[in-house]
Design a protein around this ligand. Structure first.
Ligand SMILES: Nc1ncnc2c1ncn2[C@@H]1O[C@H](COP(=O)(O)OP(=O)(O)OP(=O)(O)O)[C@@H](O)[C@H]1O
Ligand SMILES: [Mg+2]
Length: 381
């Protein structure tokens, strides 16, 4: 469908060596009711110069002295905003016409049959407009996807730093106070002989110990301090704890007993990935066995979590209210990694791939907050 004609005249560039043929085409277009402003040119230099101005379409003869219609087509199509291009020739073979269309010509017409010229021109202009609009929409969509992904990554890293900050607060503030309280209670216990007071103090000490345990657990969930012992140790610990808690056999294998120092952010991404994968196994898989494989080879760190459960489908991953795996994709991209999921009906495999050389960077707070180890002060309690 041709779009409504613009209120200004259509500007049409006409590559034509015959003034008479040019006049014929122009008259035809005007008689068809089109308000056109046409300019005739006949050389490559003139074409290149004219293309610096705005045009709505190019009409071109096929045979021009020292210059050809297909060459002209190439020049027009290579512009930043390719214009609609119609071949208008005295004679044009089918093979040439096919070649021209393949190279992006909008249409081809014979000079002795100009009846189709006006509709062909309008159609070509409308198609070019639609194409421009589609490209603009595609660009907009790609940009908006990119912004969304950047926002998700930003939120992810903000959440992690926020968690680390809260863990630090609990450690310094709550932790410090609880330790002081424990010492004071112990002091009172030593000084009193009154059995009733001693009993109260004992009970208060138990409460404090319980509060210390809870704080440690909360801190660990906020910021896995076990990571400071290295990713291998942390995943080993996670696998053992998972097996104990769920009864699902969990086997951990690693290509290295200890990994070389990993870029900032990478251990936490791997740790949280394994954590979400195991949570999913316990929530959805009905598996009896899980294997965690950690491999470092040729500068690529891979973490694979494979279960022998019910498997998952494409629809499962498209659930509107499920964010675990979506979050893993965003997390992985904060350090240049990717997540792949596969399922063959006999279980699910989640694979995190992290090239360690390029793109692995994240806010330093996420990887090792070395100066501050929340476990250290608690260890002695
Ligand atoms: N190991 C698995 N075995 C079987 N199904 C799985 C497994 N992991 C994920 N799924 C399916 O994929 C879906 C999406 O998982 P995802 O982790 O993204 O979300 P969720 O676990 O449902 O919710 P949450 O946002 O709390 O993580 C799940 O709802 C489940 O149907
Ligand atoms: Mg989940």
């Amino acid at each position: 469908m041709p779009s409504p004609a613009p209120s200004r005249p259509l500007r049409v560039l006409h590559l034509e060596d015959s003034e008479l043929d040019h006049e014929l085409a122009a008259t035809h277009l005007r008689r068809s009711g089109l308000d056109v402003e046409m300019r005739r040119i006949e050389s490559e230099a003139e074409l290149r110069a004219a293309l610096r101005e705005p045009w709505d379409a190019v009409l071109s003869d096929f045979n021009l002295p020292g210059f050809g219609g297909l060459q002209a087509l190439e020049i027009v199509r290579s512009g930043a905003q390719p214009l609609p291009f119609i071949l208008l020739s005295g004679e044009i073979g089918e093979d040439v016409a096919v070649q021209a269309m393949r190279h992006g010509a909008s249409d081809y017409l014979l000079k002795h049959n100009l009846a189709r010229l006006a509709p062909a021109l309008e159609n070509a202009i409308a198609a070019a407009q639609a194409e421009r609009a589609r490209r603009a929409a595609d660009r907009e969509l790609a940009l908006s996807r990119q912004r969304l992904s950047e926002l998700a990554q930003h939120l992810q890293t903000s959440i992690d730093s926020e968690r680390a900050a809260i863990a630090r607060e609990i450690h310094d503030d709550v932790g410090g106070s609880l330790v002081a309280l424990k010492f004071d209670l112990a002091w009172i216990e030593r000084r009193t002989t009154d059995p009733e007071v001693r009993q109260r103090v004992q009970s208060a000490l138990e409460t404090v110990s319980h509060a210390i345990e809870s704080s440690k657990r909360i801190m660990h969930n906020l910021r896995p301090a076990i990571l400071e012992q290295g990713l291998v140790a942390a995943l080993q610990w996670m696998a053992a704890r998972f097996e104990k808690r769920t009864g699902v056999a969990c086997h951990f294998r690693s290509s290295h007993d200890e990994l070389p120092e990993l870029p900032a952010g990478v251990p936490l991404v791997a740790y949280r990935t394994a954590q979400e994968a195991l949570t999913n196994v316990s929530k959805h898989a009905q598996a009896t066995q899980v294997t965690i494989d950690l491999t470092l080879a040729r500068g690529v760190l891979s973490l694979e979590v494979a279960d022998n459960g019910v498997g998952l489908t494409r629809e499962d991953l498209a659930k509107a209210r499920s964010f675990g795996i979506r979050g893993l994709h965003e997390r992985a991209s904060t350090v240049g990694g990717t997540i792949d999921l596969s399922s063959d009906g006999r279980g699910t495999t989640l694979l995190l791939t992290l090239p360690l050389t390029a793109g692995a960077s994240a806010p330093a707070t996420l990887g090792g907050d070395d100066e501050h180890d929340p476990t250290s002060a608690w260890g002695e309690l």
